[in-house]
Design a protein around this ligand. Structure first.
Ligand code: GH3
Ligand code: MG
Ligand code: MG
Length: 333
């Protein structure tokens, strides 16, 4: 193992945490690891390892066991919960290890057991083989995370999709039930959107929806969830928001959209939107679907009253905002 020659480290390949209470063994293992290209952080015991792992995640954890390590094993394998989804190979380097103990260690989650004295070349090869598995695992985890993110996003607008909308609404609904807070929802539908497609084609229609999505995102607050519900319909979750604050936001959105010009090349259009607002307590919503139904009813009211307006569920019709003075509904220019 360790010899007197100065250590000639290989190019850095990975970070290893080495847990070893014996100074001589630490030096021997650390030398071999350094020659194999590892940066090594020596640690005296499990408590030190636990603290170090909370600060940064190593690529590999090596545990030196100079006596029966069975009783300690549960402590080390419990680290998996601290590391969460990250895969960090756990290797035991043991002075001796009866087959039953080796089998138990591998079953408990240890990835390799190596016996002392080890051949540095074999140690290096074993650790590199574990790193290859780790690299594959990390790639898979990253791809999975990217996939999870993409599965929540509407590709046409970059906003959250309907699936994410309902997941979040469910969570917010549970929170409201526990903490008795306000929770409002806005449903928005573009007025006479068919005319946009009919006048300038579907590609321009897609472009208008993308631009509109940006306006909706910029007009709402960071804590709000803005989603494309489907087609030319959008939905907002407004946590900790009273019905009147939600109505005021809906009115601001209505006005901002009506004042925006949607243009590309020779195509130029103004559009308007209708919005329905509902609040959980006000509509006595029993579940997340119910609050969407209430906001939908308010939206229908806004449409029936002439479009380009917002309406509040449960309030009388006078609470619907006055229509925008100039009628710009989907008018081609
Ligand atoms: P209303 O004021 O009653 O809502 O009228 P509307 O024309 O907006 O409603 P309608 O439901 O009749 O038409 C909606 C249109 O939205 C028809 C559909 O082709 C169009 N649409 C839905 N999704 C998209 C999309 O992703 N891109 C484009 N370009 N058009 C879309
Ligand atoms: Mg619609
Ligand atoms: Mg519409």
């Amino acid at each position: 193992m360790s010899d007197d020659k100065p250590i000639d480290p290989a190019p850095h390949v990975a970070d290893a945490f080495l847990v070893c209470s014996d100074a001589t063994a630490t030096t021997g293992i650390q030398d071999a690891l350094t020659r194999a290209g590892f940066s090594v952080l020596p640690l005296k015991n499990f408590a030190a390892l636990r603290t170090a792992v909370r600060e940064r995640t190593p690529d590999l954890i090596i545990l030196h066991a100079n006596k029966a390590f069975g009783p300690e094993l549960a402590l080390y394998t419990s680290l998996r919960s601290v590391l969460e989804s990250k895969f960090v190979p756990l290797v035991v380097v043991a002075d001796s290890c009866p087959p039953e103990e080796e089998a138990m260690a591998l079953s408990a989650g240890v990835d390799a057991v190596l016996l002392m004295p080890f051949e540095p070349m074999v140690l290096s090869a074993r650790l590199h083989s574990l790193l290859r598995i780790k690299a594959l695992h990390d790639e898979l985890t990253d791809a999975n995370t990217r996939f999870q993110e993409l599965s929540r996003i509407d590709p046409g607008t970059g906003l959250y999709n309907r699936r994410h909308f309902f997941e979040r609404l469910e969570q917010e609904f549970e929170r409201v039930k526990r903490h008795k807070e306000n929770l409002s929802v806005i449903m928005l539908d573009v007025d006479h959107f068919k005319e946009v497609n009919d006048t300038h084609g579907h590609l321009f229609g897609d472009y208008v929806l993308r631009l509109l999505a940006g306006i909706l995102q910029n007009t709402s607050r960071r804590i709000d969830v803005v989603a494309r519900y489907g087609g030319e319909e959008f939905a907002f979750i407004l946590p900790s928001t009273t019905i009147w604050a939600a109505a005021s936001l809906a009115e601001r959105i209505r006005r901002t959209v009506a004042e925006s010009v949607f243009e590309k090349d020779d195509a130029r259009m103004l559009i308007t939107v209708s919005l329905g607002v509902a609040e959980v307590k006000q509509c006595m919503a029993a579940n997340s679907d119910h609050i969407v139904m209430c906001a939908d009813k308010a939206l229908l009211k806004a449409k029936a009253q002439g479009r380009n307006r917002m309406a509040v569920y449960g309030a009388n019709d006078r609470t619907a905002s006055a229509p925008y003075t100039e009628d710009k509904s989907s008018r081609a220019e």
